[in-house]
Design a protein around this ligand. Sequence first.
Ligand code: SF4
Ligand code: SF4
Length: 412
Amino acid sequence: MDGKTPIAITRIIDDDVGKAVREALDLVDAKRLMREGMLVLLKPNLLSAKPPERAVTTHPEVLRAVIRWAKQFKPRRIVVADSSAGTAMGTTEKVLKASLIEQTCQEEGVECMPLEKTTRTVYKVKDPLVLDEFAASTLLEEADLIVNLPKIKTHDLTRLTCCVKNMFGTLPLGNKTRVHGRFPLINDFCAALADVYSVSRPALAVVDGYLCQEGPGPSAGDVVKLDLILAGFDGVALDAAVCKIIGLETGKVPYLKLGEKKGLGTTDLGAVDFKGEPIESVMRPFKIPPGSPIAGVPMPRFLARYLANVVFKAAITFDPARCKLCATCWKNCPVGAITPPAELKQGNVPSWDKKKCITCYTCAETCPHEAVGFKIEPLKNAARSPLGIAAIAALGAIVLLAIWLAVAWPCA
Ligand code: SF4
Ligand code: SF4
């Protein structure tokens, strides 16, 4: 339909991922983007070192199908690259192996590399919402076509990770946590996500809705076999379509409205020309994490800062039954907020320093044993903050005054 952005939705039947990917790409006529001799950059989600069945990383069969589809147009190079959530060098290599992405690239004869191992340049963000520039791989500017290959997962912090959030992975390793640290307020962080997405702005996206995650994603959630592929050119619209499928209001994913405001795409599904399966026929509500209670709520910055950094600050917890003392969390924490226990024996857990923690979620995203959890206790946090203590003291003084008045002037 004229003026509408196309989105294809196809079903994966009997685990034939390749067929569903090819059908989706045909339905949106993705071949019009292709020409001979291109450098095609494929950007999967390589969050952490988990096997494909755990649904943390882009499924290798989705990647394989896109590689085979792209090969028919005789590109000069196909490069598969991403940077994982860890901060230590060598983390992405582990993810490439565990996720079977490296093996798939070898089988298909295409290049595969951690983005942090490539040459970097500084990218200026046009009309930045919050982030004016950042360093990332020169591959982003060298590529003739960037294809985004996100996976559908719920996310503890942003509620959804799919097209827009996946491009945050173009920031190499610890640069991601530095952005978390620089923008502790969820709305600012989501604005930074939109800024990062605007630099590479992939021309095509193939969404992995094969094995997904719901609940406490993006790493420790429950696996959902959704058996869907989505393809399109507008990442914001694709995310909005995914929201509809999983029963999440787009307004609860702040980076979508911010992305729309920045002109990166539309959240209006009325402006989408859906092809393939009707969206109503593939809806499957996901368990959605609560996310930040102040996300998207307009308020003065001092109050937002107080609520985010004090009242709703999440406490990191370690499950002694799951923790294997593997050291991943304390090696990857960008601010040294996690320290190993005095004795490395099963049942002991690392210690967490609330004052140092910038709530970047790296520990939860990279723990190979899903032993890191988050707990938000707003009443407890408020009561222990200086403001809370002052409020309790003031309340106590009022009560004492009232009692004294009642005793001193009983007939008044
Ligand atoms: S919490 Fe996870 S990452 Fe940290 S030491 Fe335990 S198992 Fe390793
Ligand atoms: S302890 Fe805090 S700062 Fe360190 S990795 Fe975990 S969430 Fe990030």
